[in-house]
Every structure is written in C-alpha cells, then in structure tokens.
Design a protein around this ligand. Sequence first.
Ligand SMILES: NC(=O)c1ccc[n+]([C@@H]2O[C@H](COP(=O)([O-])OP(=O)(O)OC[C@H]3O[C@@H](n4cnc5c(N)ncnc54)[C@H](O)[C@@H]3O)[C@@H](O)[C@H]2O)c1
Length: 257
Amino acid sequence: MTGRLQGKIALISGAGSGIGRAAAQQFAAEGAKVAVLDLSADAAKETADIVASTGGTAIAVIANVSVAAEVNAAVEEAVAQLGAINVLYNNAGVDSTGSIDVAEESDWDRCFNVNAKGTYLLSRAVIPHMEATGGGSIVNQGSVAALVAVPNFAAYCAAKGAVVSLTRSMAIDCAPKGIRVNAICPGTVFTPLMEPMLRARGGGDLEAGLAKTIAKYPIGRLGTTEDIAAVALFLSSDDSGFMTGSIVTADGGMTAQ
Ligand SMILES: NC(=O)c1ccc[n+]([C@@H]2O[C@H](COP(=O)([O-])OP(=O)(O)OC[C@H]3O[C@@H](n4cnc5c(N)ncnc54)[C@H](O)[C@@H]3O)[C@@H](O)[C@H]2O)c1
C-alpha cells in the first residue's frame, strides 16, 4: 500500500535513530514530507539523507525536546520549510535504570523531561498549526513499561505512565479541534536505547540478556523498529480515523500474559 500520508507534513522527534528513523522512512514512503527532529544534528541529517536517497522528502531540525525555546524554534523552522504540520510522532525518549530506592534524582528528572515534558512541549507547539489546517494526528510513544512493571526501571515506568495518561487527556481536549491523539506501547526493540539494559540483564553478556528477554515474549522474538513504525503509520493515517485516546500495545503478546 502506498500514499497513506500523501500530501501530509509529519514531524517525528527522536528520528535520528531506532524507531524514529524507521518511521521517517515509512512515513516518507507513504507520501509524507518529514521533519526529522533530533538532539543530534548528525543523526537527524543522516536520517534525512536516507529518506532522500529513496526519493522521499525530509529535512533535519535540531532541538532538545525538553527545552521550550528550542522546540518552538524547530517547529517554526519545519513549518517554514515544509508547511503546516498534520502528523506529529512524539517518539523521542530516554530510559534510566534503577529501582526507586537507588534511582538518581538527575535520572528521574531526565526521564520526565524528555519523555513526558518533551511530549507536552512539542504538542503545544504543533497543535495550533494542526488546528489551522482543520486537524491532524498525534502519536505519543509510551512503552509496555507504562502498563506492567519492568524491574529496575522506576523512573522510566513512571515517565511512560505519564505519557499514557497525557495521551488520554490530550485526546479529549483536542477532539473538538479535529486532532486525534493515540499512544503506542511497544515491547522491547533492539535499538541503541535498549542495549545497556539487555547487556545488564545478561550479567554483562548481551546474548544472554537477549535470550532472557525473548523468553518473556510469547511471539518468540523481540520487536523491530519497522514493527513499531508500522503502528505509528497506521495511527497517523486516516486508516485509524475513529481512534483517539487509544493506548495500543505492540509487544508480541508480552502484556497479554
Ligand atoms: N527500544 C525499545 O525497546 C523501546 C520500547 C518501548 C518504548 N520505546 C520508546 O521508543 C522511543 C524511541 O526509542 P528507540 O529505541 O528508537 O531509541 P534510540 O535511542 O534508538 O533513539 C532515540 C532518539 O531520540 C533522540 N533523543 C534523545 N533525547 C532527546 C531529546 N531530549 N531531544 C530530542 N531528541 C532526543 C536520540 O538522539 C535518538 O536519536 C523512546 O521514546 C523509547 O522510550 C523503545
């Protein structure tokens, strides 16, 4: 299927790597012009170049999603270059390890600032542009860690829980503006974000950590970046036109147990 985002302008945060990069590729392949937002200028440019190399349209915009002035400037730049944004994928995120009794205050703050506050700031900046064009779709990146406890991940579980609650709140407030808001809760995907956690789970042995993690997934494998990007594409497109406030798991059955 092609053209599901034909004529749309999409902004994807954290698109310099992992799931966000896969989403930039899939969204562009379906016709969207994509603003690739990332903290890393090199990573964002690399994604934009990958999209361009396959005939798509993408620009790199740089911002720390937890800094309002940077977010506002990046959104204005994206709108100036591509046009009003119709699709926002709040994908940028960071994790942190540690149970609540040992979690560092700085890790707690970083987790909430990027995952939760970043979603708020970027949505706040984009919503007026979406509203001006009659509506749009926002997809927030949650995690299975928002739905079930993941050991030694206290700050991350709490911050992703905030993203899920924020999604429901945004959905009812934005519905009259024609803006749908849904969240994805992915299970484990092997990306740079997850490698330290997987290695730690294996006592320093990545293969052992992977095996232990896969054992938790009824489907018998971890997710891929493409698996999650495909769900984001569905939620961004008119195919999901009657969905808002939905919390969609993409986790190989992990939370069904
Ligand atoms: N990988 C998984 O197993 C998994 C599972 C569930 C949810 N998630 C969520 O999916 C999202 C993407 O994860 P990923 O695995 O692709 O990670 P990743 O580390 O591969 O990519 C994250 C990107 O976000 C960017 N980023 C980080 N902080 C930023 C900030 N403050 N401002 C702007 N950009 C920033 C990074 O530079 C990086 O390019 C995250 O929200 C993560 O929590 C991932």
